[in-house]
Design a protein around this ligand. Structure first.
Ligand SMILES: [Zn+2]
Length: 214
């Protein structure tokens, strides 16, 4: 990250999602007033950033999400420095800053959360709203998974091992989401959009994830 030092996740930080669908750190970690980083953005708690994305809308009939979708992203692919993912989800990516970015020009997408390589969690969209992460997709015969899912991006690629910090933070985040919404399944993007998407890929250790989630 270029804007400020990456925040070390605080040991024992417990996560919860409020009625408004935004993640907060609790158990005494909340700070009053919230600190502001060097870019003027609000830091919710150590290791949790809030970067609202305009790429969202209402869930149909205010539906409560019941599916968790795991993705990966890195921009450009395989590069884990800088804030291109955040800029991309906020529609402010400088396309001229890397030739690969032409591939995603004019795309308007988002996810609810991003977990960076160092475990930092970035939230873009409240869980009660619809983020635009799944695209054409289907789960148990129902299409448009964005309507009824929460999307988590892991900074990475399909083939490079995710970090310990990412698994730890993913477990805590999934627990917080489960405490707020009736999640009954977790799938990869590759499972709900087979043939079109390959993330989070063979690098994602499903057994490890499942051993850390209830
Ligand atoms: Zn994906």
């Amino acid at each position: 990250m270029t804007a400020g030092a990456p925040s070390e996740p605080a040991p024992g930080l417990s996560l919860s999602i409020g009625p408004d669908g935004w993640l907060t750190g609790s158990a005494g970690e909340a700070m009053d007033p919230p600190p502001v980083d060097s870019t003027g953005h609000r830091t919710v708690a150590p290791g949790i950033l809030r970067r609202p994305s305009p790429n969202h809308d209402q869930r149909p009939d205010g539906e409560d999400p019941y599916l968790l979708v795991i993705h990966n992203i890195s921009l450009p692919p395989g590069v884990f420095t800088g804030d291109a993912i955040i800029d991309f989800f906020q529609n402010r990516l400088d396309i001229s800053s890397h030739s690969w970015f032409e591939n995603i020009r004019d795309m308007r997408v988002s996810a609810h959360f991003l977990i960076r390589r160092d475990g930092t969690i970035v939230q873009f969209v409240p869980t009660v709203l619809r983020a635009w992460h799944a695209g054409v997709s289907s789960f148990e015969g129902r299409e448009r998974c964005n309507d009824f899912s929460v999307g988590i991006e892991l900074e990475g690629t399909d083939t490079l091992a995710y970090t310990d910090a990412q698994y730890e933070r993913l477990a805590a985040l999934a627990a917080a989401i489960r405490a707020r919404h009736p999640i009954r399944a977790v799938r990869g993007h590759e499972h709900i959009a087979p043939g079109r998407k390959t993330d989070p890929g063979p690098a994602f250790d499903w057994d490890r994830f499942e051993s850390t989630t209830r």
